[in-house]
Design a protein around this ligand. Structure first.
Ligand SMILES: Cc1ncc(COP(=O)(O)O)c(C=O)c1O
Length: 401
């Protein structure tokens, strides 16, 4: 048991080591290091940097200058901080269902609800590109905001995700692909909107020296606790305890800040070499797809003209008993997994008045399991995850059905 705890493979990848901490710590003492050149060369557009994805979304929504209380379309199967940003911007989430196979906005549900929205947030969930052609043709002049928090270097019809609509944003928070601590980049094609966004950015608070030092130290400590051997022995049990103590309702308020100097240094340092890491993580996903044999479990796949970055590897089971059984089985084998957005229906009902019209999202919240496929995993880890998933599922099928 202690061996499984020490060796517990974390569900997410917090890749932030001592050299990263040292760089971020020394950057905190410098004057402004707002160098956007590297990001611009990688994305082919000038980025607007902010402290987090939620800050970016809030600013984008405010800059659209929609009338107070306007409806903003958003998939129900989505991180609740997105709903919070809509609410904080004085707007109202209108929940759109997802396709059960790619976890992104359903064009047919969008068509039904189009008259009640003034803007839409398209989330490329788990790194899978949404059907941008269908969405754009339904939306016509309604602004589309691409949420690329999961979708760094994913592609849609040969184009990079984040360049397909009027405005988009990425998140670089730890646990996401880049894991620079926090941070986000906005890309905007519309000159008027770009000007409005920049006006907001000028008003954002700078980080004070002590805040930066605290931030990079906390990021480093959390990253240690999110990696072996400390994840299974401290990080995981403490995380479970905190989850139980936290209220179901998730509103915490959004801190509007510029990007921290330390986070920007790490981001600039990593972004160019990240193509290789995304390639490796895609390779891991293909290894899973080739070797997993899960009766009653649907694996992700790529549509012919799309490329997912496989930021997360989501498996959809036939029902919640199968999903929960496999999660428990994996944990006993020393593999953590995530019941992603398990509580999203209750959160959105309590906080945002969700009325029960997104059946696919509700199914996914109770049947989807995210398993580790991170680029840092060894071949031995990958083989072990496949073996445990196949064995656990076989055991479930033979004993529980
Ligand atoms: C889909 C999605 N959008 C937006 C965000 C917000 O990004 P950040 O955590 O950088 O505020 C997150 C993550 O938390 C997310 O998962």
């Amino acid at each position: 048991m202690i061996k499984e705890k020490i060796g517990l493979i974390p569900r997410y990848n917090w890749d932030y080591k001592f050299p990263d901490f040292a760089k971020a710590f020394s950057a905190a003492w410098r004057h402004n290091s707002d160098s956007k050149g590297i990001l611009e060369s990688v994305f082919g557009q000038e980025p607007i940097l902010t402290g987090s994805g939620r800050t970016s979304l809030y600013i984008i929504l405010k800059s659209l200058e929609l009338p107070e209380g306007s409806g903003v379309g958003v998939p129900l199967f989505c991180c609740p901080v997105v709903f919070e940003a809509i609410h904080e911007a004085g707007l109202v989430p209108v929940f759109i269902d997802i396709n059960i196979d790619d976890y992104c906005i359903s064009a047919s549900d969008l068509q039904k609800k189009i008259d009640s929205i003034s803007a839409i947030i398209v989330v490329h969930l788990f790194g899978h590109p949404a059907n941008m052609d269908a969405i754009s043709s339904i939306c016509r002049s309604i602004p589309i905001v691409e949420d690329c928090a999961h979708a760094l270097f994913s592609k849609y019809k040969g184009k990079s995700i984040g360049c397909l609509s009027t405005v988009s944003f990425f998140s670089f928070r730890s646990g996401k692909y880049i894991s620079s601590g926090e941070g986000s980049a906005i890309f905007c094609q519309d000159p008027l909107l770009y000007k409005n966004i920049n006006r907001f950015i000028e008003k954002l608070k700078e980080w004070k020296l002590l805040q930066e030092i605290f931030h990079c130290t906390a990021t480093y400590i959390k990253s240690i606790l999110y990696n072996k051997p400390w994840y299974g022995t401290i990080g995981y049990p403490v995380g479970r305890l905190l989850d139980q103590k936290l209220n179901l309702t998730s509103k915490t308020g959004i801190k509007l800040r510029k990007i921290a100097k330390g986070d920007l240094i790490i981001l600039n340092d990593r972004i160019e070499s990240f193509f290789e890491k995304v390639r490796k993580q895609r390779e891991n996903a293909f290894f899973f797809m080739k070797n997993l044999n899960l009766k009653g479990g649907e694996l992700p796949y790529e549509k012919s003209d799309c490329q997912s970055n496989y930021y997360q590897f989501a498996i959809r089971f036939q029902n919640s008993s199968q999903r929960d059984f496999i999660a428990d089985y994996l944990l006993r084998c020393g593999i953590d997994s995530a019941k992603y957005l398990d509580e999203i229906v209750d959160v959105s009902k309590i906080d945002y008045g969700y009325r029960g019209d997104c059946p696919n999202s509700e199914i996914c919240s109770k049947t989807v399991l995210v398993v580790p496929n991170h680029y840092v995993l060894s071949d031995k880890d990958l083989n072990y995850i496949v073996k445990c998933l196949n064995n656990g599922n076989e055991y479930f099928v033979s004993t529980c059905t």
